[in-house]
Design a protein around this ligand. Structure first.
Ligand code: NAP
Length: 515
């Protein structure tokens, strides 16, 4: 069973005509099954509508008539529901779903008229939490005992670690050859919907578009097929992802997913909405969860959880990449933010001078870091390592002093930075969020002051060209964007994840296509 989960599109339109049209779209877009949600129809005439919906269906159909008390829309009595579901069986529905609470009554109602060609899914939904593994297992046993062909359990993730219990039960069912649909609802449960084939799930749900979900947390069909490549996920597919809170906006899954696919690397890259980093790592400790990108607010926790850390990442105090070493399972922490930013600046300096020097083009240059947060530290340590003379300017002067002390640099106030011009050829790196969307008209330093610099870098990548960079460019100053840093840190992560050279052109093209 593992590796062949069906992808089912729930149809929640109000009219039969719309459902028929969505059914055709689901087929064209690559779904395997559609779920006809009778409870969503505004007016429902069982015999006429089921005939229309099932007679020439382009895809196998699962028929569900969910009552309000189980999270659906139907408010009437069970008699009418049972009648409609029986009719769906007579019209040849491939699957019919009945809730565990009334499954025995439904089977009594069928009294021997159960159709062999229709598989009976007996379902249980929990919209509050995910029970213990023991409770989930006994729920499976109760569902089996009632006579289900397929067990369906949907619970809710309060924390991403809840999903691991569902995976455990799914694997057990697979070993026992019990077909099971195990889904954990909500944003924190998303991985249950994507990793379904890895853990032997029978089926997963995906919507045609955002807003057409039949349960919280369903991804779109195109995300499931094109970004997560679900049809290629097998039991031994490796899992990577971006750990953060929030992570919904991350470009990582599109970028790394496309990169893995382009080199034929058997892995999936997920958004991982994590509340407690240590408990996440502890729960998903198997070698299959092979590496992570780490973003706010977990970069310090990632450092603390690393068994070994790259020395500069340790100085910076932040890890943005964590790899599980295959030989011993130890977690090794890296920081590709600083390598990404520094290499972007070095390459641009080399390109603009036309000279290829043996050492770093940053050596002995005055390198002004604006900001003393996470990115500020990364740039300051990176520049220091390359032999630059580092100057730190920050709104909170105390923090500028602290960082300057750490890297052996010079602190300066923001006011003094306006007239700071000790020599030609200086570099400015903005690592504050001033100028970031939506405050795109803000800038951290006057245009006048930019004349003192040979190169200006901005860590912000939304927008790609900030007001700071635009004004620098207008003065003829060389610029480096935060997008260049982003792409390079992602390429660094890809190489750490796979041990292969990053497919640079594909990654650049993928990022460009997202803008
Ligand atoms: P952070 O740790 O919160 O640090 C923010 C810094 O900005 C602090 O030094 C803070 O000064 C300063 N700051 C914030 N608002 C300010 C204001 N209104 N006026 C003056 N200073 C202000 O954030 P971070 O993680 O370093 O991220 C900073 C920026 O870098 C963000 O725009 C982020 O998107 C970008 N970034 C880009 C990449 C990439 O790949 N391109 C990677 C990482 C980060 P105080 O100390 O006074 O609070």
């Amino acid at each position: 069973m593992a590796g062949v989960s069906l992808v089912c599109v729930p149809l929640v339109a109000k009219s039969v005509e719309q459902m028929l049209s969505e059914m055709a779209t689901a087929k064209v877009r690559g779904a395997d099954v559609v779920e006809i949600r009778l409870d969503h129809l505004a007016s429902f005439e069982p015999r006429r509508d089921l005939d229309l919906l099932l007679r020439n269906r382009p895809l196998p159909a699962l028929v569900t008539y969910r009552p309000k008390w189980e999270g659906g829309e139907y408010e009437g009595d069970d008699g009418r529901r049972f009648e409609a579901l029986f009719l769906a069986m007579e019209f040849g529905a491939d699957y019919v779903d009945i809730e565990l609470k009334v499954a025995q009554e439904f089977l009594d109602y069928l009294s021997g008229k159960r159709q062999d060609r229709t598989k009976l899914i007996v379902s249980s939904h929990n919209y509050q939490s995910t029970p213990s593994t023991e409770d989930l297992s006994s729920l499976v046993a109760r569902i089996q005992a009632v006579g289900a062909d397929i067990v369906k359990i949907a619970t809710t993730a309060v924390d991403i670690v809840d999903v691991a219990r569902m995976f455990e039960v799914m694997v057990h069912c697979q070993e026992q050859q019990v077909p099971m649909i195990g889904l954990v609802m909500g944003e924190r449960g998303l991985i249950s919907r994507i990793l379904c084939p890895k853990f032997g799930g029978y089926l997963t749900f995906a919507t045609l578009s955002v807003g057409k979900e039949s349960a919280p947390g369903q991804p779109t069909l195109s995300d499931l097929l094109d970004i997560y490549n679900i049809k290629q996920i097998r039991a031994d597919t490796k899992v990577y992802g971006i750990v953060g809170k929030p992570v919904g906006h991350s470009k990582g899954p599109i970028l790394h997913g496309a990169a893995f696919r382009s080199v034929g690397y058997d892995a999936v890259y997920l958004p991982l909405l994590v509340d407690d980093f240590a408990s996440f790592l502890h729960t998903y400790s198997s070698p299959d969860f092979a590496g992570f990108s780490v973003t706010m607010p977990h970069k310090e926790a990632a450092l603390a959880c690393s068994d070994e850390v790259d020395p500069i990442a340790k100085y910076i105090g932040a890890v943005n990449t964590l790899i599980k070493r295959p030989s011993d399972g130890k977690l090794i922490g890296y920081n590709t933010d600083y390598t990404g930013a520094i290499s972007a600046i070095e390459t641009t300096l080399q390109g603009s001078s036309g000279k290829v020097s043996a050492g770093s083009p940053l050596a002995d240059k005055v390198f002004v870091v604006l900001g003393a947060g996470g990115a500020g530290k990364a740039l300051a340590y990176g520049a220091k390592e390359k032999g630059a003379r580092v100057v730190i300017a920050n709104r909170t002067y105390e923090r500028a002093k602290e960082l300057a002390n750490l890297v052996g640099g010079q602190p300066i106030s923001l006011a003094d930075l306006e007239n700071f011009h000790p020599e030609e050829g200086m570099i400015l790196a903005n690592t504050t969020s001033i100028g970031m969307h939506p405050n795109i008209h803000d800038t951290p330093l006057s245009k006048q002051a930019l004349k003192s610099y040979a190169l200006v870098f901005d860590a912000i990548y939304n927008p790609v060209v900030t007001r700071l960079l635009r004004e620098a460019e207008e003065l003829g100053v060389t610029i480096v964007t935060g997008m260049e840093m982003f792409i390079r840190q992602a390429m660094g992560q890809f190489e750490l994840f796979t041990g292969l050279p990053a497919p640079e052109k594909l990654m650049r093209d993928t990022l460009l296509s997202m803008q």
